[in-house]
Design a protein around this ligand. Structure first.
Ligand code: HEM
Length: 202
């Protein structure tokens, strides 16, 4: 009579689990999914966050001539990037990866980007004042849509001054100017305000 072999406690248990898993495709899939998630979680924990937060630049409130705007192309020491669209100047420093040196839209930094945005050209470099009067209605519509995005995301700084136009003194009316600031461009709908102080999303 053959003697019953004593079941190896731990080996048998593990073998059973292994067999349970490999015999069912669903279990295999579950194991793979769990392993993948565990890997992802552990990997994320291991990754040290080296990038220090960008220092916040003081908020700017100022109107600019196109010439004054030019130096805010991200190349100067503080790295601030300003960009005008539709006669309004926005601080796009937090979008530096787009507009900063080497970025895909660097041609817009320190410039009026309206024409480039209207014509979908990242090469378009507007120097000097551009009244955009030759843009057709679709192009102008596109400029307004882009501006709406910038208004949401970035801080409004001031207006892009037409030749001969005087800059506004924002320090006098810091609180009220948001509601009364008008677009600096004559081709836009009247009363288009220049942004606001509401929290902006990244
Ligand atoms: C092959 C063509 C293009 C591709 C694949 C592309 C891709 C993108 C992507 C993926 C974003 C979003 C980035 C993000 O929010 O993380 C973006 C944003 C943007 N693109 Fe383009 N783009 C192209 C052409 C253009 C052109 C021709 C213009 C110029 C008129 C342009 C102007 C912009 C602007 C202004 C932003 C917004 C950046 C911001 O949020 O400040 N893009 N593009």
């Amino acid at each position: 009579m053959a003697e019953e072999k004593p079941v190896e406690e731990s080996g048998g248990f593990l073998t059973n689990i292994y067999l349970e898993i490999v015999q069912s495709p669903l279990n295999i899939a579950l194991v793979v999914a769990i392993a993948f998630l565990a890997y992802k979680i552990l990997k994320r924990k291991e990754e040290p966050v080296y990038a220090p937060p960008e220092p916040q630049l003081p908020k700017l409130r100022k109107d600019f001539t196109p010439q004054e705007l030019k130096k805010f192309d991200g190349m100067q020491e503080d790295g601030r990037v300003l960009m005008a669209v539709n006669g309004n100047v926005y601080d796009v420093t937090k979008g530096k990866r787009f507009y900063g040196p080497g970025g895909p839209y660097a041609a817009f930094a320190g410039r009026d980007a309206s024409r480039g945005l209207a014509t979908f050209s990242v090469e378009c470099k507007t120097d000097g004042y551009d009244d955009l009067s030759d843009l057709n209605s679709m192009e102008m519509e596109s400029v307004l849509e882009w501006e709406a995005q910038f208004k949401e995301k970035y801080d409004f700084v001031g207006r892009l001054l037409k030749p001969g136009e005087e800059p506004r003194n924002y320090s006098d009316d810091e609180d009220e100017e948001d509601s009364s600031a008008t677009s600096g461009n004559s081709t836009t709908p009247a009363g288009d305000s220049g942004g606001g102080d509401k929290p902006k999303s990244e």
